[in-house]
Design a protein around this ligand. Structure first.
Ligand SMILES: O=C(O)CCC(=O)C(=O)O
Length: 257
């Protein structure tokens, strides 16, 4: 998935989103980027992800061993910025500012973020069913936002990378609750599905309604990725009108907030 890069130009010296990528986002609901972060930056986010994971397990009461076990292999690590200055600063990286400015506009909030570690599989528990994020949070501005799935290490179908269904981001697909995996699930049988096979520092940028899911991690290494979502400020839940998500200002009038 690596695209040819012009060695003479740093990503931030030019527009980040090409016409082709813009078309792919519009028509297919996602596009792949070249490597946009340095090895040092990726190493810091990896290190912090593992630290936050250890802390999250320590926070689970010892009398809840099932939760501890689940968190051990398929961790849920949202709002990492609240526990890591390093990640809070990374979330405001110039690359995210440029993408947000080019895709959304001059006023942008970070609405979600999580560290996405996935340990070697046990009992196919590390699979994530295909779903649209809009099924988890029905918001009033589903179309303007985008998410980035960033490879902190190499990502492949074997280690359980996310896969993306093309051309389904304008339709709300029917979902069912998967009791075992505790996750919403939809069918992508009617769509082309593309694996996010990525080298460290590359990303898939996708729309909030783009169906995505991941197979189990069948390797003996931890799959290491990072997720971040941006949208216009003031996004609200349809259900009760309350403000949704991190509501962390990133851009105002085109500049860093
Ligand atoms: O980490 C993964 O493979 C899936 C994460 C995901 O799809 C989500 O949080 O919406």
């Amino acid at each position: 998935m690596t695209q040819p890069t012009d060695e003479s130009s740093h990503p931030l010296d030019r527009r980040l989103v090409t016409e082709q990528q813009r078309r792919e986002l519009d028509e297919r609901g996602f596009f792949a980027t070249e490597k946009l972060f340095s090895d040092e930056e990726l190493a810091l986010v990896r290190q912090e992800s593992f630290r936050l994971h250890r802390a999250s397990i320590a926070d689970i009461p010892a009398d809840n061993p099932i939760h501890r076990k689940k968190q051990g292999i398929r961790p849920f690590l949202p709002t990492p910025q609240e526990r890591s200055e390093t990640i809070a600063s990374f979330q405001r990286h110039p690359v995210f500012q440029s993408l947000a400015r080019e895709i959304i506009g001059p006023d942008v909030d970070q609405t979600w973020s999580q560290c996405c570690l996935k340990y070697p599989d046990v009992g196919r528990f590390t699979r994530f069913p295909y779903h649209q994020d809009g099924r988890f949070a029905e918001i009033d501005r589903q179309d303007s936002g985008f998410s980035c799935f960033l490879a902190l290490e190499s990502l492949s179908p074997e280690n359980g990378t996310l896969h993306f269904a093309a051309g389904a981001h304008r339709t709300a697909l029917p979902h069912q609750w998967d009791e075992r995996l505790e996750w919403w699930s939809c069918s992508v049988d009617d769509f082309e599905v593309v694996p996010g096979t990525l080298q460290p520092g590359e990303m898939i940028v996708y729309r909030l309604m783009t169906p995505h899911g991941s197979p189990p991690n069948l390797t003996d290494q931890v799959r290491q990725a990072f997720l971040i979502t941006f949208n216009v400020p003031g996004v609200r839940l349809l259900e009760n009108g309350e403000l949704f998500g991190d509501q962390r200002p990133l851009l105002r009038d085109g500049g860093l907030a």
